[in-house]
Design a protein around this ligand. Structure first.
Ligand code: ADP
Ligand code: ZN
Ligand code: ZN
Length: 818
């Protein structure tokens, strides 16, 4: 009998692919194991076994697999089911889900290696200069990688050279698979075998009396061993004895010490610190916890709406504790920017080493370790706190899923596929495991609140801040009026300046929010109105004062700051709009004595960039912190009593049906950073439009009012939660072809969905990286059969792809686009 496996390849193929295996291999292979397989002419991919069977494919001859990569599954059946759901629901392929679900270290690469062709009879003289450099390098080193060649010829684009060398038969190419992941080994020391008795040790110390440093090391090791049963790290011994690695090495050489290595997890936390006991909940928290549990019993997804600083986290902690006591795994999902050291530290205080963190800022190696720990169901990873990708971890016994800040739009993956919403995907995952599922927010999304009102979700709320601290007092400041009276200083109203001064005088801190990074969004010529544009995208370049550059926020294009207008030559250049950098600069002029910090994408690059600023602010090394929406999330600062919103209008005017909901959420969250301890905090919102309904609702904490009004509009215009939104994006570098293609597709859709099709239309930025973009939005009634709807769309796509002229146009689906 012949044996076959169907595998998932990490590429956008519609179907599984079949390979042949031997009877022995078929014995070993199970779903979820990785195999290396040949694909196409010369590629080798890491694929995942989906199932083992005996039916040969009919349309192609199955190739043999290359090798089996491990003897245990890397991915479990829960995951494969979940991936299948994701691919189906978000209209992508399971290969795309595979690719983004596992750490890239598990997707072995076939990397091109360059070898010297031993059979060549080429002479140096036949080679160009750059070719000769590569030729010469291969004399010394038998194999070169592509990036090494690039370094040798000091050029990025080296494919032409490689091609020339290939035609001249100087080199050969070799495809080789290699593993990227290398576990980290830590060195430990112990006393040498001969010295483990007390007697021998005594003798040793005597013999070392003339070598005080060495005897100090031995003594320290002895003390360390006495105080802890754990293995002793070389680094700890160095520290304890005040000696050096060299001395320890010499002792190892003499056999007095022996060293050994253990593989450790990079992401380890000190296990020595005492765990804190859980806090006693107050009556509001307890009531909420009881309602949550009651609704869990009914197996309902539950929404916890608790005002900022009401102590939601402590409620989560209770649930996590119960979950892990039952021996099940808990997943605590947060938006990337809310995953702060503050919060991680809080959880570690309670659960110590049982907490693992999974986060895009962690290295591949760190992610592999968390993956393996979850896979092995180690207690180390019994509680995983992570950003959206952590829902792809190999949980096998999930008992609790918490989705905190569930309203956050950054839970939606935008690019590449799968374009999933982590909240919704986590709910589906939780259900597969029959886990309890809790959504939390101070400002729930309209969808989730709607589900709660409809009774589809369970519901609990906490309306009081912890410690009965009052909700911050919110004041709207009319900057139109102040501008008219010429009372503005830069972008600061008199009222805001007054409040800042007052707060600083009391030794308290201030947070200022501006929703744009950079100095000023654009430069504009006051003579002719021209503003410098990105050549690759249809946007004006953004002025970054610090680097004296004009930069594109969509691609990486930039130019140095212009002295005069490129269109008319006038030197009268002006800035329009403003960003965090300019707020910072103005503050430094207005309050020269004050320490101002800035938190945005530009200042928080690097793994610890963000933490550094937060810590500095916590330790009050910074008095005023200016930032973008990064500072709205989950931060708990003790000494902040004033929050200023520089300009609320740019949020409200965003061209999107969610702009109002988002503005309410964002402003409420930023406001929530004020006065989290005893004193009531104050919030000033500067706006040209103080009578705007949303701003009024924010100022009196009227979530209900906002919800009702928004729901009414959503119903009117057929938006979520009453309808689903499917956005189809078309991309092509040829403007005319894109237009024709999108029109053709739009017509097809209109035949089926009639007036529920919007567009095709250009987005506000209609060209990015030289690709023109058009969107079509399809509104799908909640009750409509989603599968059938998608099938009709796929059918249209099939006929579309049959038209040769359109084939190069990219079509991208975004289900539940937000
Ligand atoms: P939220 O997540 O709702 O914004 P937090 O959980 O951060 O609120 O709680 C706000 C503050 O109140 C935190 O500093 C927290 O330590 C404190 N707190 C919350 N609940 C309790 C409790 N039951 N006992 C003591 N302190 C609490
Ligand atoms: Zn000009
Ligand atoms: Zn650009």
């Amino acid at each position: 009998m012949s044996y076959f496996i169907d595998v998932i390849l990490p590429i956008p193929l519609e179907r599984l692919f079949t390979y042949s295996v031997s009877a022995e291999e078929a014995q070993i292979l199970q779903a979820g194991m990785r195999v290396a397989v040949p694909f196409g002419k010369s590629k080798i991919y890491t694929a995942l076994v989906h199932n083992v069977h005996t039916t040969a494919p009919t349309v192609y001859e199955a190739k043999e697999i290359h090798q089996i990569l491990e003897d245990e599954p890397l991915v479990n059946t829960f995951q494969i089911k979940h991936w299948e759901w994701l691919a189906e629901y978000y209209m992508c392929t399971i290969g795309e889900v595979f690719r983004s679900a596992v750490p890239s270290a598990f997707l072995l690469e076939s990397e091109t290696l360059i070898l010297k062709n031993e059979n060549t009879d080429i002479k140096d003289a036949d080679l160009k200069d750059d070719e000769f450099l590569v030729f010469e390098a291969l004399e010394h080193q038998p194999i070169l990688k592509v990036h090494e060649v690039a370094a040798i010829v000091e050029r990025k684009n080296i494919l032409p050279i490689i091609n020339r060398l290939l035609t001249k038969e100087v080199i050969l190419l070799k495809e080789e698979i290699y593993a990227q992941y290398k576990p980290k080994l830590v060195s430990y020391v112990a006393l040498g075998q001969a010295y483990t008795t007390e007697e021998a040790l005594e003798k040793l110390l005597q013999s070392l009396t003339r070598a005080p440093k060495q005897s100090q090391v031995v003594l320290s090791l002895f003390q360390l061993q006495a105080s802890s049963k754990k293995p002793i790290k070389v680094s700890d011994l160095v520290e304890r004895s005040g000696s050096s690695n060299t001395i320890i090495k010499s002792l190892i050489k003499k056999g007095i010490l022996k060293d050994y290595k253990i593989q450790t997890d990079r992401v380890s936390f000190s296990s020595d610190t005492e765990k804190s006991t859980l806090k006693e909940l107050n009556e509001f928290q307890s009531t909420a916890l009881e309602s949550i549990k009651a609704s869990f019993i009914q197996e309902k997804v539950t929404l916890l709406k608790g005002v900022t600083s009401s102590g939601k986290t402590e409620v989560y902690v209770k649930l996590i504790k119960e979950c892990i006591e039952e021996g099940r795994q808990a997943l605590y999902l947060l938006p990337e920017i809310a995953l702060t050291t503050q919060l991680i530290g809080r959880l570690q205080n309670y659960f110590g080493e049982q907490v693992s963190v999974y986060h895009s800022k962690y290295s591949i190696h760190e992610r592999v370790e968390v993956w393996n720990n979850v896979l092995a169901q180690k207690s180390k990873a019994q509680v995983v706190i992570g950003a959206r990708s952590s829902l792809f971890l190999p949980f096998s016994n999930l008992g609790l899923v918490i989705i905190d800040e569930e309203h956050e739009s950054s839970f939606k993956q935008f690019d590449p596929a799968p374009r999933y919403h982590a909240r919704d995907a986590a709910i589906v995952l939780g259900k597969l495991h029959k886990a309890n599922i809790l959504l939390g927010s101070a400002t729930p999304s309209i969808e989730s609140y709607y589900n709660a009102i409809q009774g589809k979700y369970g519901y609990a709320e906490i309306n009081k801040r912890f410690g009965n601290v009052l909700m911050p007092e919110i004041e709207l400041v009319d900057i139109k009026e102040e501008s008219r009276k010429r009372k503005m200083k830069g972008h600061f109203s008199e009222r805001l300046l007054e409040k800042i001064t007052e707060t600083l005088d009391l030794g308290e801190q201030v947070i200022l929010f501006q929703n744009r990074r950079g100095y000023a969004p654009i430069m504009e010529c006051s003579t002719c109105g021209h503003s410098p544009q990105c050549p690759n995208c249809d946007v004006s370049l953004t002025y970054h004062q610090h680097r004296k550059q004009l930069r594109c926020h969509y691609c990486s294009y930039y130019i140095p700051l212009q002295e005069s207008c490129q269109a008319c030559g006038s030197a009268k250049l002006d800035t329009k709009g403003f960003g965090t950098e300019q707020v910072e600069k103005e503050l430094q002029e207005l309050f020269p004595e004050t320490k101002v910090g800035r938190m945005d994408l530009d200042t928080t690059r690097g793994k610890y960039g963000y933490e550094k600023i937060i810590t500095a602010f916590e330790q009050q090394e910074i008095d005023i912190l200016v930032g973008t929406q990064m500072l709205t999330k989950g931060l708990d600062f003790r000494n902040v009593s004033l929050v200023g919103i520089m300009n609320a209008d740019s949020l409200l005017n965003f061209p999107d049906y969610r702009a109002h909901e988002r503005t309410f959420q964002l402003l409420t969250q930023v406001a929530g950073r004020a006065g989290r301890t005893k004193k009531r905090g104050e919030v000033l919102i500067q706006t040209y439009n103080p009578y705007h309904q949303i701003l009024k609702q924010v100022s009196v904490h009227d979530y209900e009012g906002m919800y009702k009004e928004q729901l009414y509009e959503r119903r009117q215009f057929k938006y979520p939660p009453l309808n689903r939104i499917l956005k189809i994006t078309f991309k092509h570098k040829d403007y005319n072809k894109l237009n024709e293609a999108a029109e053709w597709f739009g017509k097809g859709l209109r035949n089926v969905f009639g007036e529920n099709v919007l567009g095709p239309e250009y987005p506000p930025v209609a060209r990015i990286r030289n690709q023109y973009i058009k969107h079509i939005t399809v509104k799908i009634h909640k009750e409509a059969h989603l599968g059938k709807t998608k099938n009709s769309i796929k059918r249209i796509e099939k006929s579309f792809n049959a038209i040769a002229h359109f084939r190069s146009v990219r079509v991208i689906y975004n289900v539940d686009h937000i």
